[in-house]
Design a protein around this ligand. Structure first.
Ligand SMILES: [Zn+2]
Length: 199
């Protein structure tokens, strides 16, 4: 942390860096590892990295989760600004007191069917995130669920709303297997694919 100057590029030799700098190449895509994230099979690259260069892997994952939390902040901010829709959950009302039309609370579906919804939303040019809503309707702790997804997919995952989790990366298809596996009460039939969201 401390070795990067606030001006951007650090000047001079950096503590903890071995010179001359060795370019590390990825065994999966053969690009220098900094470029892996632009490779379509980035997830495989990460798996390779985890096996072969655990230190680098940790660094990449840490960096990614830092970026991700920034991103999620922005995502939530934009989402609230655009829609003001919280996604249900009365307990959170206090948090949402902003006045204006923003308080268009979706009524908690007391008698409605329990359902988890999964959709994909674009993130930047090439990437997308996966949005999961409705886990609370099964009384699942969102923080626990988010952490579980993050670990499961080795990617960032955050609680972004009353009943919304955003997972960095396109893991929509995997979720149909993983959710019922983790929470047997959620049968695959309870999971709805909302497809691609335009944001
Ligand atoms: Zn790679």
């Amino acid at each position: 942390m401390a070795e990067t100057s606030s001006e951007g590029f650090p000047l001079g030799p950096q503590p903890g860096v071995t010179y001359p700098i060795r370019v590390l190449y990825c065994g999966n895509c053969s690009l220098p590892i900094e470029y892996c994230e632009y490779y379509p099979e980035y997830e495989k690259c990460k798996q390779w990295l985890e096996r072969n260069m655990p230190t680098e892997f940790e660094r990449v994952v840490k960096l990614e989760s830092e970026l991700m939390s920034l991103y999620v902040t922005l995502y939530v901010f934009l989402g609230e600004k655009e829609e003001g829709e919280g996604g249900g959950g009365e307990e959170e009302k206090k948090r949402q007191k902003r006045g204006g039309k923003g308080i268009m609370k979706a009524k908690k579906k007391e008698d409605g069917p329990k359902q988890v919804c999964i959709s994909r939303a674009p993130r930047g040019k090439k990437k997308s995130v996966t949005v999961v809503t409705g886990l609370s309707s099964f009384d699942i702790d969102l923080k626990v669920a988010s952490k579980f997804f993050g670990t499961k997919f080795a990617c960032g995952s955050s609680v972004t709303g009353d009943d919304e989790i955003v997972i960095q990366g396109d893991v929509k298809d995997d979720l149909f297997d993983i959710i019922p596996e983790k929470w047997p009460e959620i049968d695959e039939d309870f999971i709805e694919d909302l497809g691609d969201q335009k944001r």
